[in-house]
Design a protein around this ligand. Structure first.
Ligand code: SF4
Length: 386
């Protein structure tokens, strides 16, 4: 989302991106640390009512002309089709003609009725949480679907007339070999998606998987093998015509996720729903991560926020550098300097030369970007920038 520079104090700022968080799932996966609760159908209508009222709160304050919409969670497709369509149709009324309208879906939840509801509401991109095509790996991850349901879901979404498909995959699942990981990538490619997101499994404190790791019930894939998987992914997908445009994201030409590019370019994106975090260009906010409390706050007429922070110029600049370095094209030095009056290399005066010497960072007259090795160790570079 952009804030229109022609907006003045007298006019509401024009914003172009919106995230909608649907906080329900069928079950909670053992590795997940997103805010989500097990679906209770009695709570769906109050939730959708509250989401629409929060949308009204935003439209009273900003002018929403949406070029990107991302509905995530949670699992938006666990909502009953009429309620999902009611939500999406209202959001779609704020979309521009060229809007990228994405909904996250999980394979076991997409019926023909859901796929048709998405299509009727104007959804033009679905990101499907495939994660793996191996039954054993899906079990380790506590996923409720089986491998056969992934192609069925892709087929259903396409049959409904939704053209763009992204598949999410997870690598470094306990017990996974490089070869088995690449078999997953090949199985995903065989379904002809325009986009793939490939994330290494993380063990987040507080999750059941983290406890299993701590108590020795699962073994983490060792670092070298995980690095081999990451590098093999880049090569395998490049050979299939996919460009790595962000550390974990790969797309056919012209098919990068426009909504996520808004985040990586640190541009404004509003958000609604429990736990959702939005940014209007200077103010960052986060909503209460509790669905019951969220609905209560909205019903009482309050904004459902638990945090609001006006970002300092320095913080915005550093975050922009950190996020922009996630993109393989890196930071355009001239554009960054024009936006922040600082060359990006000046943000890590002590370590920049070390990173370049160690082969993590590349700098030339036009750009500063992570090298292939640097993409693997991006957190180390980001920490120095922040
Ligand atoms: S389906 Fe996604 S959001 Fe829901 S619990 Fe699993 S990983 Fe988390």
């Amino acid at each position: 989302m952009r804030v229109d520079p022609s907006s003045s104090a007298a006019e509401p700022a024009v914003v172009h991106s919106l995230y909608v968080h649907v906080p329900f799932c069928h079950t909670i996966c053992g590795y997940c640390d997103f805010y989500s609760e097990v679906l209770d159908r009695r709570r769906v209508t109050p939730l959708v009512d509250a989401l629409l009222r929060e949308l009204d709160q935003l439209t009273a304050r900003y002018r929403l002309a949406l070029d990107t919409i991302f509905v995530g969670g949670g699992t938006p497709t666990v909502l009953p089709a009429p309620e999902l369509e009611r939500l999406l149709t209202r959001v779609a009324a704020l979309a521009s003609a060229e809007c990228e309208f994405n909904v996250e879906a999980n394979p076991a939840t997409v019926t023909d009725e859901i796929a048709d509801a998405l299509q009727r509401a104007g959804v033009n991109r679905v990101s499907i949480g495939a994660q793996s095509f191996d039954r054993g790996e899906l079990a380790v991850l506590d996923r409720i679907h089986n491998p056969e349901q992934v192609p069925q879901t892709v087929e259903r979404v396409r049959r409904a007339g939704i053209p763009r498909i992204s598949l999410d995959l997870i690598f470094a699942v306990p017990g996974q070999s490089v070869q088995r990981w690449l078999a997953n990538v090949s199985a995903a490619l065989a379904l002809g998606p325009q986009h793939l997101s490939c994330y290494g499994l993380t063990y987040e404190p507080g999750t059941p998987l983290y406890d299993q790791l701590r108590t020795g019930r699962v073994q983490r894939v060792d670092e070298d093998r995980e690095a081999d998987m990451f590098e093999a992914t880049i090569d395998h997908l490049a050979a299939a015509g996919f460009e790595q445009y962000e550390i974990s994201n790969f797309a056919r030409p012209g098919e990068a996720c426009r909504h996520n590019l808004v985040y990586w370019n640190n541009l404004p994106a509003l958000a609604i729903g429990p736990s959702a975090a939005g940014f209007d260009g200077s103010l960052r906010y986060r909503n209460v991560p509790d669905t019951a409390a969220y609905v209560r706050m909205i019903e009482s007429g309050a904004a459902p926020r638990i945090e609001e922070e006006c970002l300092s110029f320095d913080r915005r600049m550093r975050e922009s550098a950190m996020l922009g370095l996630r993109l393989t094209r890196g930071l355009d030095r001239a554009a960054f300097t024009e936006r922040f009056s600082h060359d990006p290399l000046t943000l890590f005066p002590d370590r920049g030369a070390d990173f370049i010497r160690d082969g993590l960072l590349h700098a030339d007259a036009d750009c500063v970007r992570l090298t292939r090795r640097g993409l693997l160790l991006a957190n180390r570079v980001s920490a120095a920038v922040l």
